[in-house]
Design a protein around this ligand. Structure first.
Ligand SMILES: C[S@@+](CC[C@H](N)C(=O)[O-])C[C@H]1O[C@@H](n2cnc3c(N)ncnc32)[C@H](O)[C@@H]1O
Length: 265
């Protein structure tokens, strides 16, 4: 698996400028385009599917702030496992140290399965001036983690990062029965990757999971040892929660009594 340079936009990448161009089922999302990407008019491109799952910029910015509070300063690499059109990867690449200048992360890796979506992400990151600061991967992020942990030599040199100094951000698809309708969303039914599959893959590293706002907190609590306190944050835009993020520390052999307090406040 190797990183990719600039991919061309395809006929599945759109920059709609008039309501009449927008498929009816996406019109309510397009109406929110300036909340999602305030620089939309500068040439943001989206695939049709991306409108449903993109992280709005105000959420992405606050989330990076919280992620940085959650991880230790020695975590210098962050991997966005589901890059989409770049909503989170852009904010991760723009994050700075307190001086407001030095980049917080030495490396941001953004992985996306779909070529058209990744092309949009690269285009969008370019608008924010960070396309060259992101290492882009077109492929399956589960495969990436498998190679990183078991056979790193099969990864390009720029992808062989040190697990001990790497944190993970994951905003998976939220498919499956019930996410929109259930009062409490059963994360074991999330498709195509449920909570257990995500956690099993990421547990060797500190990871932030971007999940539906109604996700079952009891299922998240079961991921951490008894007595360990973690943060789960609701992110709201204009008074409505858009998502919750669970900040989960890497699994350790130590008993909970010797574990650091991972809460951010
Ligand atoms: C909810 S969206 C991510 C949105 C992203 N945070 C943003 O702001 O644009 C999920 C994305 O994961 C991609 N995806 C699904 N399975 C994947 C996999 N195994 N590896 C990498 N990307 C995957 C989908 O193509 C989709 O673009």
């Amino acid at each position: 698996m190797k990183s990719v340079k600039k991919l061309p936009l395809t006929d599945k990448c759109y920059h709609w400028t008039h309501l009449g161009e927008v498929p009816w089922d996406l019109q309510k999302y397009w109406q929110q385009r300036y909340t999602i990407f305030p620089y939309y008019d500068d040439g943001i491109y989206m695939t049709e599917d991306a409108w449903y799952g993109v992280t709005p910029e105000p959420v992405a910015i606050n989330l990076v702030y919280d992620l940085v509070g959650f991880i230790n300063p020695d975590k210098r690499t962050v991997i966005d496992m589901f890059a989409g059109v770049g909503g989170n990867a852009i904010s991760l690449a723009m994050a700075t140290e307190e001086d407001g200048y030095t980049p917080r992360f030495d490396k941001v890796i953004a992985i996306e399965l779909d070529a058209s979506t990744l092309a949009c992400a690269q285009n969008n990151a370019n608008i924010y001036g960070v396309a060259d600061k992101i290492t882009w991967v077109l492929g399956d992020s589960f495969k990436f983690v498998e190679l990183l942990t078991k056979s790193p030599n099969q990864l390009g040199e720029d992808l062989r990062v040190d697990i001990a100094t790497t944190a993970i951000f994951a905003s998976p698809p939220w498919g499956g029965p019930g996410y929109r309708t259930d009062e409490i969303f059963d994360l074991s039914t999330m498709e195509p990757y449920n909570l257990a599959a995500l956690h099993e893959t990421y547990k060797i590293m500190d990871h932030a999971l971007y999940l539906p706002r109604t996700s079952d907190l009891r299922q998240i609590a079961k991921l951490v040892p008894d007595g360990v306190k973690i943060d789960v944050v609701q992110y709201c835009v204009e008074g409505a929660s858009k998502a919750m993020v669970a900040y989960i520390p890497a699994a350790t052999e130590k008993p909970a009594s010797e574990m650091p307090d991972h809460s951010m406040s």
